[in-house]
Design a protein around this ligand. Structure first.
Ligand code: 5GP
Ligand code: MG
Ligand code: MG
Length: 187
């Protein structure tokens, strides 16, 4: 449990991921040029940690980095209710342009909770940059703040995926690629 042998198939390789991350970083660097520095890049813990680390190293503008945590999923694969912020920011974001960095947007519940939270804290704009998007599973249409933009790396088919930060029961986050977990591994 927790190794490469549990992966049914690879959806995006390490090379494909790094190519796409570079494109997103370049898009963000262009879009935010001329905005008051620094932009605040907020990673949603834990799943976004690798994507965040990779993308900030390719953004060519001054950034401040922080993490936020929202809880709704248990250790399983199904959402267990309404998300809430369980670990808040350290940085004061009032009047700042914020980019929320997520591993994957599924129902949209986590994102809409976090966006409202950042808005209440006075962010001038809230953009979202998610590594994967599963638009077919959306239940809540989140609203960006101010001139916020939506960036996504890849559209994800309706599989439960792991790797590149994403877990099942806290395992598989360290795989450098994204793959579909063998269904028999999910209890
Ligand atoms: P949402 O609130 O949009 O339904 O769920 C968002 C969170 O659920 C993601 O940030 C991620 O932690 C988790 N999640 C949703 N789909 C997947 C998936 O296919 N694989 C993994 N590992 N986590 C997922
Ligand atoms: Mg997440
Ligand atoms: Mg998880």
């Amino acid at each position: 449990m927790g190794s490469e042998a549990d992966i049914e198939r690879v959806l995006w390789t390490e090379e494909e991921i790094s190519g796409r991350v570079a494109e997103l970083a370049s898009q963000i660097s262009d879009d935010f040029k001329g905005f008051p520095a620094p932009i605040v890049v907020v990673g949603v813990a834990t799943g976004a940690f690798l994507f965040l680390a990779d993308i900030v190293r390719k953004i060519t503008l001054p950034v401040a980095v922080d993490f936020i945590r929202a809880e709704s999923y248990g250790s399983g694969t199904e959402s267990s209710g309404v998300p809430r912020v369980s670990c808040d920011l350290k940085i004061d974001i009032s009047g700042k342009h914020v980019i929320l960095v997520e591993d994957i947007v599924d129902t949209g519940n986590t994102l809409s909770c976090l966006i409202s939270h950042l808005q209440r804290k006075g962010a001038s704009s809230v953009s979202v940059c998610t590594f994967l998007d599963k638009p077919a599973r959306r239940q809540v249409q989140f609203k960006l703040v101010g001139e916020g933009k939506f960036y996504w790396g890849f559209e994800c088919p309706e599989y439960f995926v792991v790797g590149y930060g994403m877990d099942y029961a806290e395992l598989y986050r360290n795989l450098p690629y994204v793959g579909v977990l063998r269904p028999e591994m999910r209890k």
